[in-house]
Design a protein around this ligand. Sequence first.
Ligand SMILES: [Zn+2]
Length: 376
Amino acid sequence: MRTLIRDVRAFDGVRAIASADILIDGDRIAEPDGRGADVELDGAGKTLLPGLIDAHTHTFDGSLARALTYGVTTELDMFCLPSNLRRQRKLAAERDDVADLRSAGVLATAPGGHPTGVMAAISTMLDNPEDAAGAFETIADPAQAASFVAARAAEGSDYLKIVLDDGSMAGTPVPTLGPDIATALVDAARTAGLRTIAHACTAGETALALDAGVDGLAHVWADTPPGDPAADALASRLADQGVFVVSTLAYFESIGGDSPDRLTNAAHVVGVLRRAGVPLLAGTDANPFAPRNGDGLHRELELLVRAGLSPLEALAAGTGVTARHFGLTDRGRIAPGLRADLVLVDGDPTRDIIASRAIADIWRRGVRQRGIRQSG
Ligand SMILES: [Zn+2]
């Protein structure tokens, strides 16, 4: 199957291109070769984007199908119990009407630590309660780090997520990993060839993650108000250590009923990180409740623009930047030879980010899919 999209504006994952002809040949993006195509589309007035990547999601039944209908072709899951993960991976491998998946699998947390309480609470609301209710391995001693990481590698985890959360953000103290365990986990993961991503919600927890040497953060911190110099100091540490940050502003918005200042703080931190040159990856913390898989990412892109990113920077955060920092070398950009995960939208999201919602077409691994168009 060959599909030619003619005269289309494109965002290639890094920069905007005024007009191009893009060929989809089988499951790959190809250079137009002058030979015929089975389908030809007129790209006038439209913009072609790489399939969107959500850098922080949670996967339950229906999540991957829902994500794809909004043009999110890859989800980076940040905690999934083994039996659920096996089922979701099989789905992503066998079908083209669901988003592709990478996952941390079982995250590293202290016995009784976050997200034990959250999982117990949501399990009662799921079709398959065992997808959240099951017991999972925790870690209480640095000497267990190597075997913990080996078990994750054996389960097929694509990266290691490390929880540094003493409950102060949520207002309920919970056990958390000590600095010695965090450091031992990062070292063991590096030896095993896995990236490390820390869950930290406060500036203090973020500093602990940096001390441990993680590669990235699963959230911005949300406890420094605008004008607090602590945010600038932490941002320059992140920049110096080359650590990337997944934004999750949509998550802070969704919990904002109790404390709208968290979104204000988190959005301000995004602006500080941008000015410091810290790589920003668009992620939502999507789950079956709020924000949701798929449309949550479009909201995230809008919140990133509101926080000071240009529309181009926001689109890069939702495509090329995330692919680069997670080693997804076959996607996140539009270039010959890459996997044909593509989204065609009406209008120009490189100027007005709201247009990312105006989905006209989606291809997943070269197979055309039905999308959901939102008015914004
Ligand atoms: Zn999460």
